[in-house]
Design a protein around this ligand. Structure first.
Ligand code: E4P
Length: 222
């Protein structure tokens, strides 16, 4: 499973890139608005993210009608070659998706909460479908069921739309997404760093180093 970081924060992105851990980035209007703050420009931030990451960068349109979505998406796609235009799972979003795809622009169809929505996104030739697992869990649905359902549907009909498990909130979501066959998991930086940590790794390392210290100093050479 590919790992994307769900953020527009450049320092978080650079740390993950330096560690060689991520394959791409997803942003959304909330994340870009937070990163831009009072003075920053979302387009400039996206440009920097695209330069920093060798992989797909999702950037979302904010219009609600297909014509304006297409106009916005084309502008976003001009920022860099690795931009993936993100469009919401609405009737207009699916129309826009088809139009982007006809022009060879990759599309991430976002805000997916049902298998029927995912089926229609695949039929609109979406490059990625983003089911939001955490937000489904929040309303007492099993978000992971949706990933499993979409996997079966896409495999039944050999759709090549990639399942991008989104709204991941904790490491178990990552494990379950990978087991359910999601192609990509996108997560906040906090979750990415949690994936590395295990208390037994920490205590094991501490005890190895304590034993090593028992050797006379002049023999502690590797
Ligand atoms: C995905 O593309 C979205 O930006 C994101 O995963 C939403 O996550 P949230 O539900 O934690 O805001």
């Amino acid at each position: 499973m590919k790992i994307f970081l769900d953020t527009a924060d450049l320092s978080e992105i650079r740390r993950a890139v330096d560690a060689g851990l991520i394959d791409g980035i997803t942003t959304n209007p909330s994340l870009l608005s937070k990163a831009a703050g009072a003075e920053g420009s979302p387009a400039e931030i996206l440009k920097e993210i695209c330069a920093a990451v060798d992989g797909p960068i999702s950037a979302e349109v904010v219009a609600l009608d297909a014509d304006t979505m297409v106009r916005e998406g084309k502008k976003l796609a001009k920022i860099a070659d690795n931009i993936v235009v993100k469009a919401p799972l609405t009737e207009d979003g699916l129309v826009a998706c088809r139009r982007f795809r006809a022009e060879g622009i990759p599309v991430n169809v976002t805000l997916c909460f049902s298998p029927t929505q995912a089926l229609l996104a695949a039929k609109a030739d979406a490059t990625y479908i983003s089911p939001f697992v955490g937000r489904l869990d929040d309303i007492s649905h099993d978000g992971m069921d949706l990933i499993r359902q979409i996997r079966v549907i896409y495999d039944n009909y050999a759709f090549d739309t990639q399942i991008l498990a989104a709204s991941i909130r904790h490491p178990s979501h990552v494990v379950e997404s990978a087991m359910a066959g999601a192609d990509v998991g996108t997560m906040p930086a906090k979750v990415l760093w949690q994936l590395i940590k295990h208390p037994l790794t920490d205590s094991g390392l501490a005890s190895f180093l304590a034993d090593w210290e028992k050797l006379p100093e002049d023999r502690r050479v590797i």
